[in-house]
Design a protein around this ligand. Structure first.
Ligand SMILES: C[S@@+](CC[C@H](N)C(=O)[O-])C[C@H]1O[C@@H](n2cnc3c(N)ncnc32)[C@H](O)[C@@H]1O
Length: 520
């Protein structure tokens, strides 16, 4: 080492080490299976979220676009399907899979995913899985991995299925076959039945719902009305139930987002639209719409035809973070009623900042975002339309968050339903006659949906009118029948005091939307 080298080294010291130095010492990984295994182990060890961790690990690796897609499917698919794979691995290994070393279990789950859901030929799945075991210091388990993988690939998946169906009680079979915790299977069955969707013991619709949870969801985009046009988003296709929605089957959403285009599930779009489009029986709190306002709204677009609001209303989104619905509400309000004011509330500071960012990006930086309790904001009563997108179990969005089904427990329900009830009661307390409330969850669980609405109606007899959400949305250009066409399932359920959307019927997350109006 020359004197100059030494000086350079001294100057840089440890803190001054260039970012690439680490990369130079440790070659970037070029194996998608090894990258996926690392992510899966980290997700498990640190309760991390795969959708946050994976992009970081992909950025550190050196993978072709094809291998990045392969690693992505390996991670998400293996997490989703782990219950099925554990059952089959246990049968093939003739031992409890929980007694295998963690890494060996992940290696086998990865192998199972390749052969059962990724169309990797059997021999390649076996060889690559054994290779992965050897490369990751699990040589001693290579024999077991080889034997288990051979038993998995040598049998037809239909044979495995027949064996499971024969051996397991009905709910346990569904739980294993569709890789959901058993309590979630039961909760979804109850939710479908409450929506009038399970005649007799027909499991067909329940299985269709479970299957929809297991499919990789297509990216849903929203083109905020008045700001962006869904027909001009590069590479996007139509086909969502939302009048502002588009699908991005291929490509990186980051390449098309911005300037009023955002990633947002079509069910969320429809939920925000329902509040905006509900008939404006709300007494105007300031001046009525001027002729100039009305002229400013170009006729013909979905947004213009759909908002039922009257002028100068005050709209509030009380559970706003991260701001997807707030941005759409602001766009809908601005398009139809420039005089209406929109405000947001989100108690968690970093999520409140995300709401501000979402609003600023869409050109609504002037929308105030408070950091308080939604219960207080609602009880204060300074609003004409309130969106309560309540914290919930998220059982309606399992397809988007692969690990969430394994982390939720029935115990989560108690806290969440208590808060949901307080939010609804505060809305009743704060609402003036004619004020509108949209109560929304991204869960179909009956305790979070219809029972909440039944409960608030019982606690405040005569105070609320339940609007027909499906009819409001139909007037707003949402064609539920077209969305359900070809699925073999009814476009709208029956009996619920609100609209329940379903992934297997409408292609949306399972959002529940109930529109309520305060009576005099
Ligand atoms: C389902 S998320 C809302 C999603 C959001 N509306 C959107 O579309 O982007 C529920 C939000 O409620 C917030 N929250 C939790 N407790 C709350 C409370 N007491 N009052 C109001 N909001 C609350 C959570 O922090 C979370 O951001």
């Amino acid at each position: 080492m020359t004197h100059d080298d030494r000086r350079r080294g001294d100057r840089r010291g440890d803190r001054g080490r260039r970012p690439h130095d680490r990369d130079r010492r440790r070659p970037r990984d070029t194996d998608p299976r090894r990258v996926a295994l690392g992510v899966l182990e980290e997700v498990e060890a640190h309760d991390a979220y795969a959708n946050l961790l994976l992009p970081a690990r992909l950025a550190e690796a050196d993978l072709s676009p094809r291998d990045r897609a392969f690693a992505t499917e390996l991670v998400y698919g293996t997490i989703r399907w782990q219950r099925l794979y554990d059952e089959l691995i246990g049968r093939a290994a003739r031992r409890d899979p929980d007694r295998l070393a963690r890494r060996v279990r992940w290696i086998l789950r990865l192998g199972a995913h390749q052969t059962l859901h990724m169309r990797v030929p059997g021999h390649a799945a076996v060889n690559e899985t054994v290779r992965l075991a050897r490369q990751t210091r699990e040589d001693r388990a290579a024999g077991l991995v080889n034997a288990v993988m051979h038993r998995l690939v040598d049998r037809d998946p239909a044979d495995w299925d027949a064996e499971l169906r024969r051996d397991l009680p009905a709910d346990r079979y569904l739980s294993v076959r569709w890789s959901h915790p058993e309590w979630i299977v039961r909760a979804l069955r109850r939710a479908l039945a409450a929506d009038g969707r399970l005649p007799g013991d027909d499991a067909r619709e329940l299985e269709a719902l479970l299957a929809a949870d297991d499919a990789a969801p297509v990216v849903n985009l929203v083109a905020l009305p008045g700001i962006a046009d869904r027909d001009t988003i590069p590479g996007a296709e139509s086909g969502t139930v939302s009048p502002f929605g588009a699908l991005l089957a291929h490509g990186d959403p980051a390449d098309v987002c911005g300037h009023g285009v955002r990633v947002q599930d079509a069910g969320s779009q429809v939920a925000a639209l329902a509040l905006a489009a509900a008939p404006g029986d709300v007494p105007a709190t300031a001046s009525a719409a001027t002729a100039a306002d009305r002229d400013a709204t170009a006729p013909g677009s979905a947004a213009d035809q759909t908002c039922g609001a009257t002028a100068s209303e005050r709209w509030i989104d009380v559970c706003a973070g991260p701001g997807g619905k707030t941005a759409l509400l602001a766009a809908l309000a601005a398009r139809r009623q420039p005089d209406a004011s929109v405000a947001a509330n989100e108690p968690v500071p970093h999520r409140a900042q995300l709401v501000r960012d979402a609003l600023a990006e869409a050109g609504f930086a002037d929308v105030p975002v408070a950091e308080g309790d939604g219960v207080t904001a609602l009880a204060a009563g300074e609003w004409d339309r309130a969106l309560i997108d309540a914290p919930c179990t998220g059982l309606g969005a399992l397809r988007r968050r692969p690990e969430s089904r394994w982390r939720k427990t029935p115990a989560d329900l108690a806290t969440l339903t208590g808060l949901q009830r307080r939010l609804l009661d505060a809305a009743v307390a704060g609402a003036h006659p004619g004020a509108l409330i949209a109560y929304i969850t991204c869960s179909p669980h009956v305790a979070e949906t219809r029972r909440q609405i039944e409960g608030v109606l019982e606690r405040h007899p005569g105070a609320l009118e339940v609007l027909d959400t499906a009819a409001v949305l139909a007037d707003a250009g949402v064609d539920l029948a077209a969305a359900a066409a070809g699925t073999g399932f009814a476009p709208v359920g029956t009996g619920a005091p609100g609209l329940q959307l379903w992934p297997h019927v409408h292609g949306t997350d399972a959002m529940f939307i109930s529109l309520l109006r305060r009576r005099a």
